[in-house]
Design a protein around this ligand. Structure first.
Ligand code: ADP
Ligand code: MN
Length: 310
């Protein structure tokens, strides 16, 4: 993620405090969070219990490089293990099977539910060095303006923001992973793939029919901006998966509401990236026409949804 600075700091602060109360109420209503509190007393060996559920991961790690092992140690710190323990206890997860991706800010794992279904678990690293840039996106968003600039809290809000953005996109009808649960720095969502094999990124697996895929993505993007009131902000071949030639949009933590101070800038950048990628694939499209097509009509730019209404 690149570092973008907000241009109108004062306005952001005002906007944020105005919506504080609404956000707090919404937070209280998070049923899932309440349900997860109720796990009774922690057994003494709870950490071994959780580690046992990610044993295959550890075995794999032993065969990996020192650097990979260090990454894993950093990801599974005590508080993350406790979150996983709660998810296991509440029946969301049975095992954490293998890493799908190891990034700077988050690691994504394939996991299995007690019912035997595949899910994706995205674990945001609380020791990430890039957390400062998160603030830029969070500060301008009235849903999250209450957050104090503490590293851990920022990462939690970042993960929650991805959860909420996924919900918004999903409800708007955009093909994104269906969000299942969020707590602290851990997000559980629908696994995009086939029989436990993750769908490849468009970067690695271009669409068979680029012109058709471009049309599909413009439609998807517009659904998100018009009905979801969201601007993705990191729309590229790295954050779109190719599932049987149908695009699935991922990595939405940085997506902002359309009245965010940076929304117009991010929308234009998304249009530019989308057009540039498909031009390389031989589709004759321009950034300008793409931007026109993904820009929601003026009157609908104010997002609708429970975030603002309740
Ligand atoms: P980041 O770029 O911040 O590391 P992403 O959300 O882009 O995080 O996820 C990283 C990678 O993990 C993706 O490129 C994709 O390969 C994989 N991935 C992420 N979410 C899913 C999912 N729901 N199902 C399958 N694979 C996923
Ligand atoms: Mn990504």
């Amino acid at each position: 993620m690149s570092l973008l600075l907000p241009r109108k700091g004062a306005e952001i602060a005002e906007d944020a405090s105005r919506e504080d109360a609404a956000f707090a109420e919404e937070r209280d209503a998070e049923q899932m969070e309440k349900a997860l509190e109720d796990i009774g007393e922690l057994p003494e060996d709870w950490q071994d219990f959780v580690l046992g559920r990610i044993e295959s991961q550890k075995v794999a790690a032993r065969r990996r490089s020192d650097e990979d092992r260090k990454t894993l140690d950093e990801v599974f710190d005590k508080s993350t293990l406790l979150v996983l323990y709660k998810f296991i206890n509440n029946g969301y997860l049975e095992t954490l099977d293998y890493p799908v991706s190891t990034g700077k800010e988050a690691n994504v794992f394939h996991a299995t539910t007690p019912q035997g279904d595949s899910v994706a678990v995205k674990i945001f690293r609380t020791n990430t060095a890039t957390f400062r840039s998160f603030m830029t996106y969070i500060a301008g968003d009235p849903r999250f303006g209450h957050v104090k600039p503490n590293r851990r809290d920022i990462v939690y809000v970042w993960a929650q923001k991805e959860y909420k953005n996924l919900q918004r996109y999903f409800e708007a009808g955009v093909r994104v992973p269906n969000p299942i649960a969020w707590r602290e720095n851990v997000l559980i969502m629908e696994f995009i793939g086939d029989e436990g094999t993750p769908a490849p990124r468009v970067k690695d697996a271009p669409f068979d029919d680029p012109a058709k895929a471009y049309e599909a993505l413009v439609d998807q993007y517009r659904l998100g901006s018009e009905r979801g009131g969201l601007v993705h902000g990191d729309f590229s071949e790295f954050n779109i998966l190719n599932q049987g030639n149908a695009p699935v949009v991922i990595d939405v933590a940085q997506a902002v509401l359309s009245h965010h101070p940076m929304a117009a800038e991010l929308l234009a950048r998304d249009a530019k990236n989308l057009a540039a990628y498909f031009r390389r694939q031989g589709v004759k499209v321009t950034a300008d026409e793409t931007l026109k097509r993904i820009t929601p009509p003026r009157k609908e730019r104010e997002p609708i949804g429970r975030d603002e209404e309740e």
